[in-house]
Design a protein around this ligand. Structure first.
Ligand SMILES: Cc1cc2nc3c(=O)[nH]c(=O)nc-3n(C[C@H](O)[C@H](O)[C@H](O)COP(=O)(O)OP(=O)(O)OC[C@H]3O[C@@H](n4cnc5c(N)ncnc54)[C@H](O)[C@@H]3O)c2cc1C
Length: 325
C-alpha cells in the first residue's frame, strides 16, 4: 500500500510544484507507515524521475506513452486508477491546477473517494484526516475531514516549503490498458507562452490595474518586473480592455498566485481580485487613494501616483542591486 502522487513535467523537467506534491505525499506516508509511488505519465529522462527520491518518492511508476506528455483527462484517470489498484493506494495526491482539476474529480468519483480540492495544509491525523482549504473566494477557511476509505487531495501550488534531501527513486513501467475513448480528445495545437516568467510559478509578481490609465503606461511596470525578475499580472478590467493578455488576469475568474511578493499597482483591491492573490506571502500596494480597500490586505503600502512611484522604485531597486553585487 502506498500514497500515490501525480507528477507533472514539461520539456523534460519536473515542475517545481510537483516536487511540493511529492514532499507532501512523503509526509503523509511517513505518518501512516507507508511509502510514496510517484506517477509519471509520458516521457521523461530517467535521472529526472530518479531524483524524485530526493523529495521522498520510493519508486516511480512511469507510463512512457508520448501522448501523455499533454493532458488527456480520461487517459490520466485510467492510468491513476490502474496505479491505485496495483499499489492498493488509499491516498491519491495531485496539484490543484488545470491537470488536477480535470482529473481528481474523475478519480474520486470512480473510487467513491472523498476529495479535498485545494488543500492548504497537511492532514491533521489526530483529528481524523482534517485538511484546511479556502472557501468563499478566500474569505474563510474550512477544515474538512475526509472520512471515506480512499482519499483524493489536490494541493494549492507554492504553499509548502521544499526541502531537498538525498535518495534515488526506482523506476518501474506501469502497464495501462487504454481504450480509444481515453484519447477521444485531440490536442491540435499547444501555444506555450515563451520568454516570460510563468505567472503560476512566479515567486515575485508585479501586477497592474486600471490606475495605470492605459496600455501605453505598462512599460514602467515591466521595467520594475524586469529589474526584480518578476512575472507580470493584471486585474480583470485591464485584460477585458485588451490592455494586457488574458493569461495575466488574476482573481476569482482568473489565475491564482501565491508568490513571496505581490506588488499591486493602481488596483483597488476588490474581493474578486483578492481571491486570486491573498495567498501571497507579502503584498505591497501602490495606490493614489489612501482609502483603497487593497491597503487593508497589504503588508506595505505607498500612497502616490503610480506613474511617479514606479520609475523611482525601479531606480531604487537598480541601485540596491548594484550596491549588493
Ligand atoms: C463575478 C465577478 C468576477 C470578477 N472577477 C475578477 C477577477 O478575477 N479579477 C479582478 O481583478 N477583478 C474581477 N472582477 C472585477 C472586480 O470586481 C473589480 O471591478 C476589479 O478588480 C477592479 O479592477 P481595478 O482595481 O484595476 O480597477 P478600479 O476598480 O477602477 O481601480 C483602479 C484603482 O487605481 C487607483 N488609481 C487610479 N489612478 C491611479 C494612479 N495614477 N496611481 C495609483 N493608483 C491609481 C484608484 O484609486 C483605484 O483604487 C470581477 C467582478 C465580478 C462581478
Amino acid at each position: 500500500m502506498s500514497v500515490i502522487v501525480l507528477v507533472e513535467h514539461t520539456e523534460g523537467s519536473i515542475k517545481k510544484k510537483s516536487l511540493e506534491a511529492v514532499q507532501y505525499a512523503t509526509s503523509i506516508a511517513q505518518k501512516t507507515g507507508t511509502t510514496v509511488s510517484a506517477i509519471v505519465l509520458g516521457t521523461l529522462p530517467n535521472d529526472e524521475m530518479e531524483n524524485l527520491g530526493q523529495y521522498g518518492a520510493h519508486k516511480v511508476l512511469n507510463v512512457p506513452d508520448a501522448r501523455l506528455n499533454e493532458l488527456h483527462p480520461r487517459a490520466y484517470t485510467t492510468a491513476l486508477l490502474t496505479a491505485a489498484q496495483q499499489e492498493a493506494s488509499k491516498i491519491i495526491i495531485m496539484l490543484h491546477d488545470i491537470n488536477g482539476r480535470a482529473v481528481a474529480p474523475r478519480v474520486a468519483g470512480k473510487l467513491k473517494a472523498g476529495l479535498v480540492a485545494g488543500a492548504l495544509s497537511y492532514p491533521d491525523l489526530d483529528k481524523g484526516f482534517v485538511i484546511k482549504k479556502a472557501v468563499f473566494s478566500g474569505k474563510a477557511f474550512a477544515h474538512v475531514n475526509i472520512t471515506s476509505d480512499v482519499k483524493v487531495i489536490t494541493l494549492i501550488p507554492n504553499t509548502f516549503q521544499l526541502n531537498k534531501g538525498e535518495g534515488k527513486a526506482s523506476i518501474e513501467k506501469l502497464d495501462v490498458n487504454f481504450s480509444d475513448n481515453d484519447f477521444g480528445i485531440t490536442v491540435k495545437e499547444v501555444n506555450k507562452i515563451k520568454g516570460e516568467i510563468p505567472l503560476a510559478d512566479a515567486q515575485l509578481v508585479v501586477s497592474g490595474g486600471r490606475g495605470l490609465k492605459g496600455p501605453e503606461n505598462w512599460g514602467i511596470l515591466e521595467d520594475l518586473a524586469k529589474e526584480l525578475g518578476a512575472a507580470t499580472a493584471c486585474s480583470r478590467p485591464v485584460a477585458d480592455a485588451h490592455w494586457r493578455p488574458h493569461h495575466e488576469h488574476v482573481g476569482q475568474t482568473g489565475g491564482t498566485v501565491r508568490p513571496d511578493l505581490y506588488i499591486a499597482v493602481g488596483i483597488s483591491g476588490a474581493i474578486q481580485h483578492l481571491a486570486g492573490v491573498n495567498g501571497s506571502k507579502n503584498i505591497v500596494v501602490i495606490n493614489k487613494d489612501p482609502e483603497a480597500p487593497f491597503f487593508k490586505a497589504a503588508n506595505y503600502g505607498v500612497v502616490g501616483d503610480a506613474l511617479e512611484v514606479l520609475p523611482k522604485l525601479t531606480e531604487a531597486v537598480k541601485k540596491f542591486r548594484q550596491n549588493h553585487k
